[in-house]
Design a protein around this ligand. Structure first.
Ligand code: F0G
Length: 352
């Protein structure tokens, strides 16, 4: 009989901070495809795969962390969760809280989250508050709220989030048969880079992988505190998901970078949008702008001759392009030709 995927907690229960008897809050997250990218592979002279995290239940990698965070909230007996978000965390928190019957409160930077993500928080019934400030300021508020009121914080400063998100690294090793030479991902609040490093390290220590990969993190140039070496006050980028200037998991991310022998670099908004279009047109995978950052970083590294020949490179593409169609179509003619209900006219319109 075919294996029916049970969500990341059940699939990796022996490596998760939960037991058989716990009430697991899951929407079936994880088990996402690792897709080969032939044209990008030949351009950079390596074997490139994308881990398509937009296939998760709410369309982003956050679901891996949220199943774990919300399962613990239920276990602790809390009734309300809170998060700051650039959109994906709030979508995920809202959905998992709805499933568990919890109240969800989200703080988002006003006017700076994609329409699809906003819609998700609304339809899942979250209490939405827009803050006249950026993500970093939203996070400061919710941290303080969770210290002073009986509400549980489900941002990635909650250690259960990273426990869930480390399973992305497990799956890559399970899918490839070993760790890649290099793993790339976008870096915003820096939870995911920290979680992946934890996952790769754990699998190597257990002997499931023969090695750990180098971690190459990519930020947007207007929001690149790790490249600057200090927090950025007014981060700005078209990739609103990673419009973050003061990453919460600073030390863990630096450790992931240095211990793995990797780097964190920045790419321009133009490079991000180019990589997003390239992934959609050449690979058939539609991601949101932030998710295209690692591909942009990879193409830039290849142009500098820095990609080891024949290396296996995996890139986490973190969120689904359907969340933000406006940015993807920006400036493009989207009115297809209108024809009467007529085969001849269809053939003529197609130049057949
Ligand atoms: N990619 C996407 C699509 C994201 O939504 C995020 C973070 C990242 C990358 C960066 O991951 O923060 O772990 O370094 N989004 C958060 C949110 C901040 O609120 O949805 P990170």
């Amino acid at each position: 009989m075919a294996h029916v995927w049970g969500g990341i907690i059940r699939e990796y229960l022996d490596r998760m901070p939960f037991d058989e008897g716990d009430r697991i809050v899951s929407l079936g997250e994880g088990g996402t495809p690792l897709v080969h990218a032939p044209s990008i592979s030949s351009e950079v002279g390596a074997e490139v795969f994308v881990k398509v995290e937009g296939m998760n239940p709410t369309g982003s990698f956050k679901d891996r962390g949220m199943t774990s965070a919300i399962t613990q909230v239920v276990k602790d007996g809390d009734h309300t969760v809170v998060c700051a978000s650039t959109g994906n965390t709030s979508a995920s928190a809202a959905a998992y809280a709805a499933h568990a019957g919890l109240r969800c409160v989200v703080m988002i930077p006003q006017g700076k989250i994609a329409a699809g993500k906003m819609a998700q928080a609304i339809v899942h019934g979250a209490d939405l508050v827009q803050v006249d400030g950026n993500f970093d300021e939203c996070l400061d508020i919710v941290r303080e709220l969770s210290e002073n009121y009986p509400i549980a914080l489900v941002n990635s400063v909650n250690p259960y989030r990273l426990q869930g998100q480390k399973t992305g690294a497990f799956e890559i090793v399970d899918q490839l048969g070993d760790a890649p030479d290099i793993h790339m991902l976008p870096v915003g609040n820096a939870g995911n880079i920290s979680a992946y490093w934890m996952g790769f390290t754990e699998y190597a220590e257990a002997g499931i992988a023969s090695r750990t990969p180098r971690i190459w993190g990519v930020q947007a140039a207007g929001a690149a505190p790790f490249v600057a070496g200090h927090p950025i006050k007014d981060p700005e980028t078209v990739a609103t998901a990673i419009r973050i200037g003061k990453p919460a998991s600073w030390d863990l991310a630096i450790n992931a970078r240095d211990e793995s022998g990797g780097w964190i670099r920045a790419v321009s908004d133009e490079q991000i949008l180019h990589a997003q279009a390239r992934l959609a047109a050449d690979v058939g995978v539609f991601v949101e702008p932030a998710s295209a950052a690692p591909i942009a970083g990879l193409l830039a590294a290849a142009a500098l001759g820095e990609v080891p020949r024949g290396a296996t490179i995996t890139c986490t593409v973190t969120g689904n392009g359907l969340k933000d169609t406006a940015t993807a179509l920006g400036g493009r003619e989207v009115e297809p030709t209108v024809i009467p209900v007529d085969v001849e006219a269809a053939a003529a319109a197609l130049g057949l």
